[in-house]
Design a protein around this ligand. Structure first.
Ligand SMILES: NC(=O)c1ccc[n+]([C@@H]2O[C@H](COP(=O)([O-])OP(=O)(O)OC[C@H]3O[C@@H](n4cnc5c(N)ncnc54)[C@H](O)[C@@H]3O)[C@@H](O)[C@H]2O)c1
Length: 339
């Protein structure tokens, strides 16, 4: 199999999670681009790769002619970097969140369509065997028809740095993971939301770092999300603690434990139904996180099989983020509009 060639843009913190899978997949990293060339050079040295270090993306693309570009820059730069790569004729895989605004995200979708190139967003939490098992369990109808999804996410997170002062730190920086997961697990898309963001008493954040949101999803599913990065004690999982309910039973996934559930056994007569353990589907997923996303991009390059999280789909998860903020600002229910 011929080696694919890539250019990595953004050599900051998260690139440390991308170079090992790129190397494991024998992708030839031909260029590393960062506004700060020293940062690019340091990564090249750290991983012992034979790549150009540069702060000029266009020039690096011209020189290296890669098969794809990996956009690991900060959210404010995703639109410029990804649109530059697409316009130059290259496929892109990029970090979440897709963009810093819906206007930028829509521009990126149009840029991919115009260039006839693929742009996928890496929502790393999709590539997790327990999440794959939940998705399969729901899809095979074990719980019956889905009615309800609840996710709780509570942590006392003392990051320091930009999150302490940015607007809507929870919804903008974290909830995109949970919003994308509910779409993945239940096979539904967002329709409308009522949300209330708030900053709890004693908060060490400048802005609203907690939220309660009620999303109306397609297929009549209601998704309730409660989250805070300013909640000391009894932390949930970073993936969130989940309860999924269908008209035949319930699945619970909490604190990273094995998903489990109960479903109705036989006919209901009297107050409570007879119940039996839900059959949780097996997952054969071996490659997880960013590596899973990268593998789907490589599969696309080799076979043209379309990956998950292409931009015109992932924009629906991003739309949940911006609609929740809009709803909270307006104090009313708002539609979730992606494109
Ligand atoms: N999937 C996850 O769980 C996860 C975890 C952490 C971060 N992330 C995402 O990864 C992305 C990067 O986060 P990070 O923590 O590595 O940030 P970072 O600030 O550590 O690194 C970003 C790098 O991009 C460079 N950069 C910025 N604008 C650029 C531009 N226009 N051209 C070239 N380089 C540019 C910066 O100089 C910096 O070196 C963000 O979108 C973040 O949300 C995802």
């Amino acid at each position: 199999m011929a080696k694919e060639r890539a250019v990595v843009v953004g050599a900051g913190g998260i690139s440390g999670a991308w170079f090992p899978p790129l190397i494991a997949e024998k992708v030839e990293v031909a260029g590393v681009v960062d506004l700060n060339v020293k940062t690019a050079k340091a990564r090249i040295k750290e991983y012992g790769i034979d790549a150009i270090a540069s702060s000029d993306l266009k020039a690096t693309l011209k020189k290296t002619k890669p098969d794809f570009v990996v956009d690991l820059t900060v959210p404010q730069a995703h639109c410029t970097v990804t649109c530059t790569a697409l316009a130059a004729g290259y496929h892109v895989i990029g970090e979440k969140p897709m963009a810093n605004s819906m206007a930028e995200a829509r521009r990126m979708v149009r840029a991919a369509a115009k260039a006839k190139k693929l742009y996928m967003v890496s929502q790393s939490r999709r590539w997790e065997p327990k999440h794959d098992a939940i998705q399969r369990t729901v899809a095979k109808g074990e719980l019956g028809r889905m009615t309800t999804a609840n996710c709780d996410f509570f942590l006392g997170a003392h990051f320091g740095g930009f999150r302490d002062v940015m607007p809507s730190p929870l919804i903008l920086d974290m909830s995109i993971h949970h919003f994308d997961l509910v779409r993945y697990m239940t096979g539904t898309d967002p329709v409308a939301v009522y949300a209330k963001e708030f900053n709890p008493k004693g908060s060490w954040y400048k802005n609203e770092v907690a939220a309660s949101c009620i999303f109306e999803m397609t297929k009549g599913v209601i998704f309730t999300y409660r989250g805070s990065w300013c909640a000391e004690g009894c932390a949930t999982s970073w993936h969130g603690d989940w309860r999924l309910i269908g008209d035949k039973g319930t699945l619970i996934y909490e604190r990273d434990g094995d998903p489990n559930g109960q479903v109705v056994k036989g006919k209901v007569s009297g107050f409570g139904a007879n119940l039996k353990p839900a059959k949780i589907a097996n997952s054969a997923m071996k490659i997880t996180g960013m590596h899973g996303a990268l593998r789907e991009m490589l599969t696309f390059l080799r076979t043209r099989k379309k990956p998950q999280c292409q931009c015109h789909d992932n924009i629906k998860s991003l739309a949940m983020v911006f609609a929740a903020i809009e709803s909270s600002n307006k104090g009313r229910r708002v539609p979730v509009r992606a494109l």
